[in-house]
Design a protein around this ligand. Structure first.
Ligand code: DOR
Ligand code: ZN
Length: 354
């Protein structure tokens, strides 16, 4: 039995509020626990976007009432300059800047605007960026100047890894997150997955995937994050010519990483680092003796849409044989999950940054 203290996914899109038809804080925090997590951080690109104090309060009120597990909430950088909102801001796990286009309408492409948001952010919490390709270099130039900790989300190519590894060796305060879909799928997978394989960043080549695995094994990658992005199956399959980007992942990440252990792509000792200790260190979440997950690493499991708890009810990994079974999840001294049964009410989850 593997005991992991404080499994934390710092990259999830829980939806709710005006997108509760996709998923709710209640449904996705329950799915998170089933996936072994004790805490999740929610992204700001759900309408109303989390880019004002008022919108933040609306989200905090709702998630506080509904969450089964602990949580953090990102504030979002807006293209309609909202930097005045940063002054004295509390209650958030970090700032999210979308520097490339994806689901929702948050987008800051101009380097001067990106720099202005990074300069203005003095909240003492991490800045998490969606940056792809040359945008990674652009953000690194800003970090070189301002020296604020920046977490690069869902890194997906060999080139990006190379740039970020060099930046780390230069002593820049940067960290790297990688998602299971970029580790287990490639652009070839689109032939079978169709629109279910569409996400941002998109699936890449086998060479990119191999470079990601090498970087994971060598400890260059800090975090495995799901980028859990529930959309309804209908929205994904009947997109009316306008692709819908994003895949659910909160219930499959641990199982896929335990499969990777079995395959020898990563060491068992790295699992608690990648899924718990590193994200907790990066975002400043202390270890709690009563917050942990017990997972049986000796049993196989099959990913199946039928048994998923996410409101999306589908996975790009449906039918895949993975590894491990989550036996127990404990949050702040309370056993909230035991062999498929939940012993927790909505609202038990706490804001880790309150
Ligand atoms: O594929 C994606 N979906 N990538 C993102 O960056 C956002 C996410 C979503 O919110 O659906
Ligand atoms: Zn995301």
């Amino acid at each position: 039995m593997l005991k992991i203290y404080g499994m934390l996914d710092p990259h999830t899109h829980l939806r709710d509020l005006d997108w509760s038809h996709k998923a709710t804080f209640a449904s996705e925090t329950k799915a998170a626990i089933a996936g072994g997590y004790t805490a999740v951080f929610d992204m700001p690109n759900t309408p109303p976007t989390t880019t004002t104090r008022a919108a933040l309060q609306t989200k905090l009120d709702k998630i506080n009432t509904d969450a089964h597990c602990d949580y953090g909430v990102y504030f979002g950088a807006s293209q309609h300059d909202n930097t005045a909102e940063y002054d004295g801001l509390t209650g958030v796990c970090g700032l999210k800047i979308f520097c490339n286009a994806t689901t929702g309408d948050l987008l800051i492409e101009d380097m001067e605007d990106q720099e202005e948001h990074i300069r203005a952010w003095d909240v003492g919490r991490v800045i998490a960026v969606h940056a792809e390709g040359s945008t990674v270099e652009q953000i690194l130039n800003i970090v070189r100047h301002h020296r604020k900790p920046v977490h690069f989300l869902h890194i997906s190519t060999a080139d990006e890894i190379k740039m970020l590894q060099a930046a780390k060796e230069d002593g820049l305060p940067v960290t790297i997150g990688v998602c299971p879909h970029h580790l287990f799928l490639t652009e070839d997978s689109l032939r079978t997955l169709g629109p279910l394989g569409l996400m941002k960043p998109e699936l890449k080549t086998r060479l990119d995937r191999d470079a990601l695995w090498y970087a994971v094994k060598k400890g260059v990658v800090d975090v495995i994050e799901s980028d859990h992005a529930p959309h309804t199956l209908d929205e994904k399959l009947n997109d009316a010519g306008k692709p819908v980007y994003g895949v659910p992942g909160i219930e499959t990440t641990l199982h896929l990483m335990l499969l990777a252990v079995k395959q020898g792509w990563v060491d068992l000792e790295q699992i608690p680092l990648l899924l718990a200790e590193n994200p907790r260190r990066i975002f400043g979440v202390p270890k709690h003796e009563g917050t942990y997950t017990l997972v049986d690493t000796d049993v196989g499991c099959e990913v199946s849409n039928r048994s998923l708890l996410t409101a999306a009810k589908w996975s790009p990994f449906d039918g895949m044989l993975a590894n491990g079974k989550v036996r127990e999840v404990w949050i702040r001294g309370k056993r909230v999950y035991h062999d498929g049964r939940f012993m927790v009410e909505p609202g038990y989850g706490e804001n880790l940054f309150a």
